[in-house]
Design a binder for this molecule. Sequence first.
Ligand code: ACO
Length: 386
Amino acid sequence: MSNANTQTFDTEQYPFINKGLEGIVAFSTNKSFIDGQKGELIYAGYNINDLAHNVSFEEVCYLLWHEKLPTQAELDELNKELVANRALPQPVLDYIESTNSEASPMSVLRTATSMLADFDDDAEVYTDEANMRKAIKMTAQMPAIIAAFHRKREGKEIMAPLSEGSTAYNFLYMLNGEKPGEQAEKTMDLCLVLHAEHGMNASTFTARAICSTMSDIYSAITGAIGSLKGPLHGGANTAVMNMLLELDKDADINEFVSGKLARKEKIMGFGHRVYKTMDPRAVHLRSMAKGLAKEVGMEYLYEWSETILKTMKDEKNIDPNVDFFSATVYYSMGIKPDLYTTIFAMSRVSGWTAHYFEQFANNRLVRPRALYVGEKNLPISQISDR
Ligand code: ACO
C-alpha cells in the first residue's frame, strides 16, 4: 500500500474531497424536504406531522408519485391496482421456498425483488406508464415476499394475499396468518407513512445513481434494498432491537451507554447526517412505543429506551433517529427483529420509485471523481521476481 501523504494530489483541479458526499447537492427534487436544524420533514409539500394520523400509506404513495394528494376516485383506483398486483409469480415463490431459513430477510427481499423483473412483461419498457405499473407492482409484492419468507422459515404455510384491505392489513395477515385488529393495522400503516421518503439518503442516492445510467426500475430498487440493509442506514432498527435484547432486566443502562461511548462504539438508532435535533419521525414513534410497550406489558423496553435517550443527550448531545423507537414498536407488535429493515424497505419503495421517476425525467449520469492517491508508472517485474 502506498502512503497517501507522499503522493502528489491533483489539488488544483480537485481542491478537497467531500468524504461521504457530505454537503454535496447533486439533484433537485419535489419529493421531500428536510430541515435538520428544526427537525422538519416535508413530503411533496405536506408536513409529516400533518400527514401522520391523517392519511394512509397508499395516499402517501400517490402523493410521492404524482406530487399531489389523491381524490377518492384516484385513491380507489390505486388501491385496486395494489390489491390486484399482490400475488407473487410462482418462480419467485419457488425461490422463497428454496431459501436457507437462516438467510438474512433483506438478502432474500433483494434477490426476490430482482427476480420480479424476469416475470414482468414491462421489465424493459421505459415509458412513464410502464414505470408507474412497475412501481405499483413492487409496492404490492414486496410485503408478500417478506411475509412468505418469514412463514417459510418458521415452517408455516405461505399465505395467499387478500383481495381486499390496505397494504398494512394485508401484510400483517400474510405475516401472521390471521387478520389483524384495527389498532395493529393503524400502527403498521403509520409506520409505513413515516418511513416512505427521506431526501437524498444512501439508498435513494443508490436508486438515482442506477437510474442515471438509464437502467431499469427493478435494478434501481434492488440496489436501493442492498444499500438500506447496512446498519448505518436502515439496518439500524434491527441493530437497536438486538442491542436492547442483549441487556438483562437488572442492567444499569447508564453504565451500558457510557461504557459503549468510552469504547468509541456507536449506539444504534442515534445520530444523523442531516438532523441536528430530534428526527420528527422519532417523535411519533416514541409515543407509539410508549403506548404499545405498556399494552403488551413490556414497559421496561420503553423505559430503557428513555434512559438511553437521556444519557445520549447528556453525554454526546445526540438525538435518536427513525430507527430507535421503531424497534420497540415492532417488537411490541410481536414482529421478529430481523424483519424490521424489510418493513422499512416495503415502505421506502414508494420514495425510491418516486425518485426514479424524477431522475428518469431529467437525467444526467451520476459520475463523480475519485482522487487517486496511489503510485504511478511502476515497472512491471517478472512474476517470479514479485
Ligand atoms: N453513537 C455514538 N456516537 C455517535 C453516534 C452514535 N449513534 N452517531 C454519531 N456519533 C458521534 C461520532 O462518534 C462522532 O463523534 P466524534 O466527532 O467524537 O468522533 C460524531 O458523532 C459524528 O458522527 P459521524 O459518524 O461522523 O456522523 P455521520 O454523519 O457520518 O453519521 C450516522 C451519521 C452514520 C447515522 C451515525 O450517526 C451512526 O452511525 N449512527 C448509528 C447508526 C444509525 O442509527 N443509523 C441510522 C441512521 S437513520 C437512517 O439511515 C434510516
